[in-house]
Design a protein around this ligand. Structure first.
Ligand code: NAP
Length: 278
């Protein structure tokens, strides 16, 4: 069964719109600043989606487009200005950033109180991608069973996360660890991904390459969630062949219309929370 991420996002966005209206009555306009460095096509598409969703719920979204030739000190200077700007409640630096700066330094640039993407080690916010994954699994769980406690059910599942990178796998691994949900992790050095996936009831694939999960690695009970995206003929595609996998699993997220819209909805939930706290 296809998991309809747009429908899940549409259960979140009207609540956010109401929260924005309540804040506006108090003269607080939730304001997200997006810093976009360079001309990466996918990044521009993601930023466009965030602008559209921001408009839909009535939040203000400002995009700061920077040339790829910008230096790290110029980037740091801009982020510091935004950190101190009272009218800005949330800041995101759209990844990947094509300049020489370590991930550790990059993750700490946005002040923890405005880090709505959850990259700062002390961020007040859970990463939207991790919140999206949990909500998607919950949605599928409710479709499958009507009773039982979701988290305790989740704790009993064999969960495999393929990829432990900065924006995909790692934030999900970190959140699941916080919730005390055990996961197995696959990466380039893993010799047993095939075996692990065969045994897993939930596979979260966060790589960004084709054919990471093949039909012979899943079964009719598997739920597969596609985080990783790669480009093929100007289209973004998940780590698996959607036509084939759809016939071999119980649930899968499509691209487009899978994880992406839920991820953006949770980004704006974090923004609304940040505006409330401010
Ligand atoms: N859908 C969304 O809303 C959303 C949000 C965030 C990210 N993404 C996408 O998620 C993907 C990952 O992003 P990232 O920043 O986490 O990337 P990353 O830092 O490049 O990490 C990629 C991960 O995949 C692993 N890997 C690479 N090739 C593999 C293979 N053949 N088999 C198993 N593991 C392999 C790497 O293993 P090693 O650790 O051993 O190098 C690494 O852990 C990207 O495509 C990104 O666009 C999508």
């Amino acid at each position: 069964m296809k998991i309809d991420g747009t429908a899940i996002a549409n259960t979140i966005l009207p609540r956010l719109e109401r929260s924005v209206n309540t804040l506006l009555e108090k003269h607080i306009h939730p304001h997200l600043a997006i810093v976009l460095v360079g001309n990466d096509l996918s990044s521009s598409i993601y930023v466009g989606i965030k602008q559209k969703i921001g408009k839909k719920i009535g939040a203000k979204v400002s995009v700061f487009k920077l040339l790829p030739s910008i230096t790290s000190s110029e980037l740091i200077h801009l982020i510091n200005l935004l950190n101190y700007e009272q009218s800005v409640h949330g800041i995101i630096i759209q990844r990947p950033v094509p300049i020489v700066i370590s991930n550790q330094q990059l993750n700490k640039l946005v002040i923890h109180t405005k880090d709505v993407d959850g990259f700062h080690p002390q961020s007040l916010y859970t990463s939207p991608i991790a919140l999206a994954v949990l909500d998607i699994i919950k949605w599928a769980y409710h479709n499958k069973r009507n009773t039982g406690e979701f988290i305790s059910w989740l704790k009993k599942q064999n969960i495999l996360i393929i990829g432990r990178g900065e924006t995909g796998g790692y934030p999900i691994i970190k959140y699941f660890k916080k919730l005390k949900i055990e996961v197995r992790i696959g990466h380039t050095q893993s010799k047993n991904i095939y075996k692990l996936s065969k045994k897993s009831s939930i596979i979260i694939s966060c790589v960004g390459k084709p054919n990471i999960v093949r039909h012979n690695m899943v079964n009719k009970e598997t739920m597969i969630i596609g985080i990783g995206l790669h480009e093929e003929n100007n289209k973004l595609l998940p780590d698996y062949d959607q036509n084939i996998i759809s016939k071999n699993v119980s649930f899968y997220t499509p691209v487009p219309g899978g994880v992406g819209p839920v991820n953006v909805a949770y980004l704006f939930k974090n923004l609304v929370d940040a505006a409330r706290k401010a």
